[in-house]
Design a protein around this ligand. Structure first.
Ligand code: TUI
Length: 319
């Protein structure tokens, strides 16, 4: 049984987080992951404070295990969402797309376990000093907003740079990636793309079908010009966005306006023409719809098999 200090720190069975995917990670998905023994995370990104409170209550009606809320720091509602997390005594908060220091004191003093998503050693060290329980080191293979470094290089450097546990994210969707992350120094993993196609995930069927069909070269990164690179599936919309991005006659404001609402249109309408299907580079490995429990059990069994067989690389006859 894979068991790391993340399990005892958070009171969970599997050290596997479900990423706080904006518009996707609702109470149904997070409750299913937490109920099965992982850490389910509600995305606060697309909600104001009261909407988040309702989502937390919905989760608590289905599940009494530990869960998290993700705060997207660029959200206009970040401050009110931060307060609701304290008022509702949310066990774990993860943050993304920025520096969470403005909220950390409040959360740490309230006893909320803070686990920022970081894309650099510098930010990991800063939040470790301010009382973070752990960090998620997220590489550029991830879907959505990404940093510069990739998982293979980022995880061991963050693990060396801080004394708190590191959770690896980006490019992990099976037991091989899980085992590899542990070898890189991580004490757990976070996955988004594999949970996108979970039975309990409420994204539009078109979104699931696209992920299930995707191959190794099906994603692309756009948005660098606006300062926030985003990985998504290649679609007519994302290609058009990339074209406009290169066109100097298109202003940043026009580009921004073109992208506004695109993620919601992918998740709730499955719209090919106007939707941005945020998705990780590992989508090519994700080929079946399963329950969250099946995903956690299969990931664990596969990683355990690999880890317990790893001694074969040290066998005398192979030297
Ligand atoms: O946040 C994410 N993934 C996201 S957020 C999102 S919503 C969005 N949509 C369009 C444009 C922008 C956002 C979709 N996916 N992952 C965590 C993450 N955080 N990845 C990278 C970072 C990050 C990057 C820079 C964290 C901190 C940072 O700089 C901190 C600083 O020092 O200011």
């Amino acid at each position: 049984m894979i068991n790391t200090e993340i399990c005892s720190l958070l009171g969970i069975r599997y050290p596997i987080f479900q990423g706080g995917m904006a518009w996707v990670a609702d109470a149904d998905l997070a409750a299913a992951v937490s109920e099965a023994g992982g850490l389910g995370i509600i995305a606060g990104m697309n909600m104001n404070g009261e909407q988040l409170r309702a989502e937390i209550n919905k989760l608590r009606a289905k599940c009494d295990k530990p869960f998290g809320v993700n705060v997207m720091l660029m959200s206009p509602y970040a401050a009110e969402v931060a307060d609701v997390i304290v008022e509702e005594k949310v066990p774990v908060v993860t943050t993304g797309a920025g520096n969470p220091l403005t909220f950390m004191k409040k959360w740490v003093e309230a006893g909320v376990k803070v686990i920022p998503v970081v894309a650099s050693v510098a930010l990991a060290q800063m939040v470790a000093k301010r009382g973070a329980t752990a960090v998620v080191a997220e590489g550029g293979e991830s879907g959505g907003h990404i940093g510069e470094a990739n998982t293979m290089a980022l995880v061991p450097q963050v693990a060396d740079g801080v004394d708190i546990p590191v959770i690896a994210a980006g490019g992990i969707a099976d037991g091989r990636g899980y085992a590899a992350a542990l070898m890189l120094g991580a004490r757990g993993i976070q996955m988004g793309t594999r949970f996108l196609v979970a039975k309990e995930c409420n994204v539009h069927p078109n979104f699931k079908a696209k992920v299930l069909k995707a191959g190794d070269t099906s994603t692309m990164v756009s948005g660098r010009r606006l300062g926030h690179p985003v990985r998504s599936l290649k679609t007519p919309f994302s290609r058009k966005f990339a074209e406009l991005e290169k066109d100097p006659s298109v202003t940043d404001e026009q580009l921004d306006a073109f992208g506004t609402g695109a993620l919601r249109k992918a998740v709730t309408e499955g719209s090919d023409a106007e939707g941005a299907f945020l998705c990780g580079e590992i989508a090519g490995l994700v080929n079946k719809e399963q329950t969250c429990r099946e995903i956690l059990e299969e990931m664990t069994a596969q990683a355990e098999r690999i880890l317990s067989g790893a001694g074969k690389f040290l066998a005398q006859e192979n030297l």
